[in-house]
Design a protein around this ligand. Structure first.
Ligand SMILES: Nc1nc2[nH]c(I)nc2c(=O)[nH]1
Length: 266
């Protein structure tokens, strides 16, 4: 609610608290680690300092299963990187301003580049479970926005082409896809997946699109990477389970950590 009431000021308050608690005034790069990516954080490096999200203004402890709700400052190469472990989702009942508090805080802390990671359902037939996919563009199907008023943010190249090229240098095997962001928390019906495929979506999830919009509003470059942890409904006859989602993330962690570290070291 704090983020709701004092929108605009609360991210500065949060950034100030992070600077005080970590001893790092400016973090030029931030990473949001979504479901399945938290184990990858250990591969990025040992945190120099950590702060529970619940102790930073405007954050609530994420309730989504598998989320840790911690903010780390990690030195990668010679630069401090802000790791945000977990995120808040629309399906938890949060307003858009609360959902994007993480990235607005990162920008207030000096971030000029934000890596957004998530777990997603694979729609495109050639995608497989456990695969990391670069986000090339998104469909915001949440019906919501973190923006207010006549704030006509340009979203062409919102998913930064140079950062995507850099990620492909790190791992030439990476493919790209369009991410459809929905509110959830239910997974889609097979008919909805057929609709999303027709609309041009390759991946489907319940996060990320609002954060990307907020990053672009603040002028930060964005790189997005999805971990395919299930094939979307109807792609196979299988039923979906969140437990499998988390298990897949755990299995992929070492590879994902190497990818993130490779990108962050560039
Ligand atoms: N909407 C939606 N979100 C997801 N998140 C994950 I992991 N898999 C899915 C999925 O199949 N659909």
């Amino acid at each position: 609610m704090l983020a709701e009431r004092t929108a605009g000021g609360v991210s500065e308050l949060a950034a100030e608290a992070i600077a005080e608690r970590t001893g790092v005034r400016t973090h030029r790069v931030a990473v949001v680690l979504g479901s399945g990516w938290q184990q990858a954080a250990a591969e990025i490096g040992e945190p120099a300092a950590s702060v529970p999200m619940a102790e930073v203004p405007g954050f609530e402890t994420p309730t989504a299963q598998g989320h840790q709700g911690t903010i780390h400052s990690v030195v990668v190469g010679d630069a401090p990187v802000l790791l945000l472990m977990g995120r808040q989702h629309l399906y938890e009942g949060h307003a858009p301003g609360q959902v994007v508090h993480n990235v607005r805080t990162a920008l207030a802390a000096g971030a000029e580049t934000v890596l957004l990671t998530n777990a997603a359902g694979g729609i495109r037939e050639d995608l497989s479970v456990g695969e990391a996919v670069l986000i090339s563009d998104h469909l915001n199907l949440t019906g919501r926005t973190p923006l207010e008023g006549a704030n006509f943010v340009d979203l062409v190249d919102a998913w930064d082409p140079e950062l995507r090229a850099l990620a492909r240098e790190v791992d030439p095997g990476l493919t790209e896809g369009v991410y459809a962001g929905l509110t959830g928390p239910q997974y889609e019906t097979p008919a909805e997946i057929r609709m999303l495929r027709t609309l041009g979506a390759d991946l489907v999830g319940m996060s990320t699109v609002l954060e990307a919009i907020a990053c672009r509003e603040g002028g930060a470059k964005v790189l997005g990477i999805s971990l395919v942890t299930n094939l979307a409904a109807g792609v196979t006859g299988a039923h979906l389970s969140h437990a499998e989602v988390l298990a897949e993330g755990h299995a992929a962690a070492p590879r994902l950590g190497k990818l993130l570290r490779g990108v962050l070291e560039r």
